[in-house]
Design a protein around this ligand. Structure first.
Ligand code: SF4
Length: 572
């Protein structure tokens, strides 16, 4: 079908030239139409996308390949074909690799000749039996390990083609799904990992994250956006959720007396975060009742669907519509869709956010519930073996409340651990070769998949992260504060290098006149988030990977020598 597309598109464009819109009614292109027939209006769940594509073409734009693939065959109507072809054991064609991503499977050749599955875990929270069940599925269908991602999610790798759908079926049995976790869809919904157990939170994000998760996975018209899309909910608690790096961030705030809306807890709307493009989400001035978040997010996304760039993948995120229009115009379009004005509040009438603790995701912390604790476990670059996962699930069931809460820091916390069981949890975690200690570099080490499993990577981020951590632990023994070091393999910035104290982005380093290259990084410093959001500053370009441990050591030594005390951040 996709192979015929160019011919189809030619007919389609000829249709425009003669005043005929060759629109397929429920997705895809019709072959033509009678010259006297009025233009057909697309209907059905894909209509909003088809109209946007039509407008792009009519305005002289050339749809990018991904838009053509979406139009040639819906990933949902084509699912059974995808399953049948995968069952033969053959790798998918590029357009089918794209379609599989709507179902959560990513063919990651040439780095690995297999699928990776990225799940959806709203607010990052799993029951212990789901966590153990994922380990069993990884053993049965993939590699015997998983990674925690920077969207508080899990990825399982090394899934052979014929095992892809059985893996997805196994997720369904566990009450989970991977639907929409890749391609141009709304990604895993993040929320405060300490929701409901945090003494300083203003609002429990769990119901909001779950409601938005259910809203999007059940509405076909919210799949196939111009590009991927991220939404996060911050409850105002002690643990940052990095909502400022999302397209839409909802921040719980306390509105004070004298504001233009009733005092109380509201959600502030921030928009346009995409740290890889050096932008963090900015305050729109809009505040919402928590129960209105879904409807407003839905309207924001529909404006994006109608107006996002469908020709150039580098400019197709919502940020670029916001940049072109400005917030006022964008929000006016959202209000038109909603049929009402949004409330706005002067920041002077908002209570300051209580401070976050940058390392509350590691170690033992008292919950709001007396006598209970959360315990954050350090996972080196987010990796766990399946044996570790089952053992961790057992610890959660026996010593905690049975929940495992993933964080955007590529680790997880046990919740509901009574005071009397904390020492046992620490000992059992240690026996698994893991740690709960927030120290030095390892607890703030974040690395994307990198060259071991991602074709975009210029460098082996996870491998180099561990080498850097080993080096720093050996050489900078006086480091007495945790430091965030983020390694990302390419400009997609999955590890958000621009917000780390030290950030490294993969770069091929030319080492000979013939143009030979080796793996390396550009290095940025001074990024931040939460109370001190900041895009880091690039200080070195094209540093060979073998030289990076020494450069990180030098940066840490300079920080230790110049700071006024341990409370001074890397940024200052
Ligand atoms: Fe792959 Fe680039 Fe994302 Fe790293 S940042 S996982 S290299 S796409």
């Amino acid at each position: 079908m996709a192979e015929d597309f160019n011919a189809e598109q030619r007919r389609y464009l000829e249709g425009f030239a003669s005043g005929i819109s060759a629109v397929r009614l429920t997705g895809g292109l019709a072959a033509g139409g009678a010259a006297s027939a009025p233009p057909a209006e697309p209907t059905g769940p894909d209509a909003i996308h088809i109209k946007a594509q039509d407008k792009t073409v009519k305005d002289g734009g050339k749809l990018c390949d991904q838009e053509k693939w979406k139009r040639a065959e819906s990933p949902f109507e084509g699912h059974n074909r995808l399953i049948a072809e995968a069952a033969t054991g053959k790798p998918p064609k590029p357009e089918d690799n794209f379609r599989w991503r709507y179902h959560g499977l990513f063919w990651v050749a040439p780095n690995q000749t297999s699928y990776m599955c990225r799940l959806r875990i709203p607010n990052g929270i799993l029951h212990h039996w789901q966590f153990a069940g994922i380990a069993d599925l990884a053993d049965a269908h993939g590699g015997a390990y998983s990674h925690v991602t920077t969207r508080a999610n899990l990825q399982v790798r090394e899934i052979a083609p014929e095992h892809g759908q059985p893996f997805l079926d196994g997720l369904t049995d566990l009450g989970l799904t991977a639907r929409g976790s890749g391609a141009d869809n709304i990604r895993n919904v993040t929320g405060s990992p300490t929701a409901g157990i945090d003494a300083q939170e203003l609002l429990d994000t769990r119901p909001l994250a779950r409601a938005w998760h259910n809203w999007i996975i059940n509405d076909r018209s919210l799949y196939g956006l111009p590009r991927k899309f991220n939404v996060a909910f911050d409850g105002g608690g002690v643990m940052p959720v990095l909502e400022e790096t999302n397209d839409i961030g909802f921040q719980a705030i306390e509105v004070l007396e004298g504001a233009s809306v009733a005092p109380g807890i509201w959600m502030r709307l921030v928009l346009g975060g995409i740290s890889g493009h050096r932008d963090l989400a900015r305050d729109t001035g809009v505040v919402l009742r928590p129960e209105d978040c879904n409807a407003v997010a839905d309207a924001i996304i529909r404006v994006f669907i109608e107006n996002g760039d469908r020709t150039n993948r580098a400019k197709s995120r919502m940020k670029y519509v916001l940049d072109a229009w400005g917030f006022d115009t964008y929000l006016a379009a959202v209000e038109e869709k909603l049929g009402r004005k949004l409330d706005r509040v002067d920041p002077a009438h908002v209570a300051p956010r209580k401070p976050t603790d940058r390392f509350s995701h590691v170690g033992v912390h008292a919950q709001v519930q007396p006598g209970l604790n959360w315990v954050g476990v350090v996972l080196p670059v987010g990796k766990m073996t399946t044996d570790q996962m089952r053992a961790l699930a057992k610890i959660s069931a026996e010593c905690g409340d049975g929940q495992i809460r993933l964080t955007v820091w590529q680790n997880f916390i046990f919740s509901g651990v009574p005071d009397a069981r904390v020492a046992e949890v620490e000992a059992r975690v240690l026996a698994l070769g893991l740690s709960v200690k927030a120290a030095g570099i390892r607890s703030g080490l974040v690395a994307c998949t990198g060259a071991r499993g991602c074709k975009f990577a210029a460098s082996d981020t996870k491998g180099h992260a561990m080498i850097i951590a080993d080096h720093v632990e050996r050489t900078v023994t006086e480091l007495d504060v945790p430091v965030n070091v983020h390694l990302t393999g390419c400009h997609h910035s999955c590890a958000q290098h621009y917000i780390g104290d030290i950030g490294l982005i993969g770069a091929k380093v030319v080492v000979s006149e013939e143009g030979d290259t080796v793996e390396g990084y550009d290095i940025v410093v001074g990024g931040g988030f939460a109370e001190t959001p900041k895009i880091g500053t690039e200080i070195w370009k094209a540093v060979k990977a073998e030289d990076c441990p020494g450069r990180v050591e030098a940066l840490l030594r300079a920080y230790l020598a110049r700071r006024s005390g341990p409370d001074e951040s890397f940024q200052a």
